[in-house]
Design a protein around this ligand. Structure first.
Ligand code: NAD
Length: 424
């Protein structure tokens, strides 16, 4: 396992610092600032699950609902040993900003179970998922709070959640409730293009940046941290541009090949072997060497807090496209800015996932199935629209892209709160 930053120096503090910077700069209404500074609901459930050996284990799961003024709470569920309330608070808050930036009618939420899913058999994981869903059932709903996949969860987990949730409601309501989760398998009501959506959104953002900066992606080099859903799709979608993946790191280790690593072949290898370590034709490198690899673009697509005051000085790239949530903390950000390394921030760059989740939700509500071309076109339109709105705020406030993204989100939320007022 690489020596990546697996500690969690309170990412919620990081979110608060990002929020304060943007709120100060734009002069956010002080009352609305108070409302947005705290999540609306924080749910913790402890639940028992019978293991394969007949013993019972207790698990802790979380769901934080940050804000729903723009629409139902929306956000993924993560299975990871590091999941705790502060992490989920931070991730839920970012979801509110993401929906607001992209102009989709959702709020922000996030959840997770504090487990190492690789320690459990598939049938244990199924029972953990079903029991967690059962424990959460009164707090979620297709028009109220809609989970989706995140780190170590996937369409199979969503299918189990869907099935469990539907079993808890009256039969007559089941057919019209399949939008309780997004990121489902296609056959169970999922959307074409949802699996690749986040990676696709990352690549659409990189294309925008390249066009604005007259940068030729053909022959450009890039490195990726995390080769799961987001990382592997981003890499596969960079390939048609002629860009070259020269180093990749995941939980098993880091590899490099200056001649280029084929993302499609690496995806097949990772599916078979569980990680990038051992992929043919590559040299194994340590974490520091991976981060110091000279390339044009870095796509962090693993976990938070990877670009910090310790690691930002050693990066050797022109641009960072944040596929992961929170890969750069505030100290790391300041160093990247001083070094002139452009950052496309997470709440913009990885918003493709929630955008296509919205499309899935709409298709379910209307009993429709859209073609992939239609989904890709709409995703492109939504995410490039958000990109342009953020760019306008960069110019207007003469600020960095993360702060500008916050200002886009906070301005929209402020407007809605002012229009609707505060009850009573
Ligand atoms: P995933 O579980 O499919 O993949 C995670 C990847 O990160 C794996 O390759 C894993 O090996 C790697 N990884 C884990 N710990 C690591 C470590 N310590 N060092 C290096 N690599 C490590 O998860 P995902 O869905 O691809 O999510 C990745 C990131 O993208 C997360 O921050 C997630 O919140 C964010 N994100 C995901 C989506 C989505 O649609 N799945 C949407 C928006 C944002």
């Amino acid at each position: 396992m690489p020596k990546t930053n697996t500690k969690n120096p309170n990412i919620y503090e990081n979110v608060k610092r990002q929020f304060d910077k943007a709120a100060d700069l734009m002069g956010l209404d002080p009352n609305i600032r108070k409302i947005l500074a705290k999540p609306i609901n924080e749910i913790r459930v402890n639940f028992p699950v019978k293991m394969d050996d007949g013993n019972v284990e207790m698990f802790s799961g979380y769901r934080v609902q940050h804000n729903n003024v723009l629409g139902p709470y929306k956000g993924g569920l993560r299975y990871h040993p590091k999941v705790d309330l502060d992490e989920v608070r931070a991730l839920a808050t970012w979801m509110t900003w993401k929906s607001a930036i992209t102009n989709i009618p959702f709020g922000g939420a996030k959840g997770g179970v504090q487990i190492d899913p690789f320690k459990y058999s598939p049938s244990e994981l199924e029972r953990i998922t079903r029991r967690f869903t059962f424990a959460l059932r009164q707090y979620i709903g297709p028009e109220y709070d809609i989970p989706a996949p995140d780190v170590n969860t996937n369409s199979q987990i969503m299918a189990w959640m869907l099935d469990t949730y539907l079993s808890t409601i009256p039969p007559k309501e089941r057919r019209c409730s399949i939008h309780i989760v997004t990121g489902k398998p296609i056959e169970s009501g999922g959307s074409l293009g949802r699996d690749k959506a986040t990676g696709q959104g990352v690549v659409f953002c990189i294309e925008e940046w390249a066009e604005e900066n007259n940068f030729d992606l053909n022959g450009a080099t890039y490195i990726i941290q995390g080769f799961g859903n987001v990382g592997s799709w981003a890499a596969r979608l960079m390939k048609p541009h002629g860009a070259k993946l020269i180093a990749c790191e995941d939980v098993t280790g880091a590899i490099c090949n200056s001649e280029g690593i084929d993302p499609d072949e690496l995806t097949v290898f990772v599916k078979e072997h569980g990680g990038v370590k051992g992929y043919h034709g590559c040299k194994e490198i340590d974490h520091e060497t991976f981060l110091a690899t000279k390339a044009d673009i870095f796509i962090p697509a693993a976990l938070e807090n990877q670009i910090t005051k310790e690691t930002a000085p050693i990066l050797n790239v022109k641009m960072v496209a944040e596929g992961a949530n929170g890969p750069t903390n505030v100290d790391g950000d300041e160093i990247l800015q001083k070094r002139g390394i452009h950052v496309i921030p997470d709440i913009l760059c990885n918003s493709g996932g929630v955008i296509v989740s919205y499309f899935e939700w709409l298709q379910n509500k209307r009993c429709e199935y859209w073609e992939l071309e239609e989904i890709d076109t709409k995703l492109h339109w939504k995410i490039t629209g958000a990109y342009k709105r953020v760019h306008e705020k960069v110019e207007e406030y003469n600020t960095d892209w993360r702060t500008a993204s916050y200002i886009v989100a906070l301005s929209r939320l402020e407007k809605v709160y002012k229009e609707r007022g505060i009850f009573p």
